[in-house]
Design a protein around this ligand. Structure first.
Ligand SMILES: *[C@@H]1O[C@H](CO)[C@@H](O)[C@H](O)[C@H]1NC(C)=O
Length: 399
């Protein structure tokens, strides 16, 4: 009956008084979710196991590779961070959890200290504090350098791992080391921390638009139309949101790490997505693997928009070929952005003999709307067609 158990929402009783309301407002201001609710729910909450039967009975070819989990944070709410950490420790069998690496991205010293105390007894949790703010990109580069497992898994600091999430990812990577394996991202409601599990039929994929912004795209239509399809099989995805993914550690480096010319946050998930596909890898979602993520109403850390613009410009300059002009058309501010020195990334693209961006669109993301040079006629027609497609998907989803 404890608050939030089995993924139930926790609703704060009405008429709690001004000081409680003050606390709630303060939580939203600092973290963009209801911190009070998170604090009331156990950091060891049990989510139950609502996976489909096919997932529960599935057996995995052993031995599975070992895994290092990397969690980067800056002044995360303590209860949310600890729930992320403990959910990893409580859901991943010890035999293949090599270590958990916490990269504290220059949080307030007393927060860092409190986390250190909390984990001081746990041998396989390592913590490293950045002396200056590096953002997600710099912190993940640092975390990966510390990792020793066969596979590294990056996890945002406001997640909860679901029963059996790791095995499908590890098995898939052990079959094909060029697969970047993603769990199904589940929504943890930012107001009441309700955790719901997506049915395998409805697994959403990752796309992007011409402002180089990540977009969710509807499930593969075949999943609704083909009754004989094995729903536990991996679903390919053109891009990833970047919050949670697992990758073979050596392959991560062969493929060029993160782009260390990008700063703080923004665009790094698309950069890696394009690179993976164009340079011989794959991005796949494993429908039996679920990880919840608190989807905040806004980003609580303000990343200057010029930083994001510079990062995106870098992605466009290195990876987009002629399609760069579509990005500039939608994002005029990027024309003035300075992408810095891209020489080493262009060399990387040559060295890995990566395919052109047109290949990615044609083979991996054919449903992407690609504006023509004469948008007046073809734009309208394409929009109508994609509206028809969307309504088909909506109807099917309602069934
Ligand atoms: C850009 O980087 C390359 C190698 O990464 C280096 O050789 C070159 O000198 C740099 N160019 C400038 C203008 O700094």
């Amino acid at each position: 009956d404890s608050p939030g158990e089995f993924g139930h929402p926790f609703l704060i009783p009405q008429r709690m008084g001004a000081s409680v309301q003050q606390q709630i407002d303060d939580g939203y201001r600092r973290h963009a979710f209801n911190v009070l609710v998170s604090d009331v729910i156990s950091v060891h909450r049990n989510l139950g196991d609502k996976r489909e039967e096919e997932c529960k009975i599935k057996e995995f070819r052993k031995p599975l590779p070992s895994m290092s989990v990397i969690i980067c944070y800056k002044n995360e709410a303590m209860s949310t961070l600890l729930r992320t950490l403990y959910s990893v420790m409580e859901s991943v069998p010890e035999i293949f959890l090599k270590e958990v690496i916490l990269i504290d991205d220059n949080s307030h010293l007393d927060f860092t200290q409190a986390v250190k105390e909390e984990i001081s007894d746990i041998q396989f949790v390592k913590i490293e504090r950045n002396e200056k703010h590096l953002g997600i990109i710099g912190s993940r580069i640092k975390g990966a350098n510390m990792a020793t497992g066969d596979v590294i898994a990056f996890l945002d600091s406001h997640c909860e791992c679901y029963e059996g999430w790791a095995e499908p990812l590890l098995e898939r990577i052990s079959q094909d080391r060029t697969v970047v394996a993603l769990p199904v991202m589940e929504i943890i409601n930012p107001d009441n921390f309700k955790f719901s599990v997506t049915s395998m039929q409805r697994v959403q994929r990752g796309g992007f638009d011409w402002t180089l912004t990540y977009r969710w795209i509807p499930p593969d239509r075949e999943r609704f139309l083909n009754p004989l399809m094995d729903m536990t099989q991996p679903v390919t995805s053109p891009t990833m949101s970047g919050g949670v993914f697992a990758i073979d550690r050596k392959y991560f480096y062969e493929l060029g790490n993160y782009d260390d010319g990008m700063q703080i946050w923004g665009g790094e998930n698309l950069e890696m997505s394009f690179r993976v596909w164009m340079c011989g890898g794959r991005i796949e979602i494993l429908p039996c693997s679920h990880v919840g993520h608190v989807f905040k109403s806004r980003s609580p850390h303000s990343v200057p928009s010029d930083v994001v613009m510079r990062n995106k410009r870098r992605v466009a300059d290195v990876w987009l070929d002629d399609y760069r002009s579509l990005f500039f058309k939608r994002t005029p501010g990027a024309l003035k952005a300075d992408s810095g020195n891209i020489t080493s990334r262009v060399q990387l693209r040559d060295r890995l003999e990566c395919k052109p961006f047109s290949w990615l669109i044609e083979k991996v993301y054919p449903e992407l709307y690609v504006p023509e040079l004469n948008p007046r006629l073809s734009g309208a027609v394409s929009t109508t067609i994609s509206l028809i497609c969307i309504s088909v998907v909506v109807v099917l989803t309602d069934l």
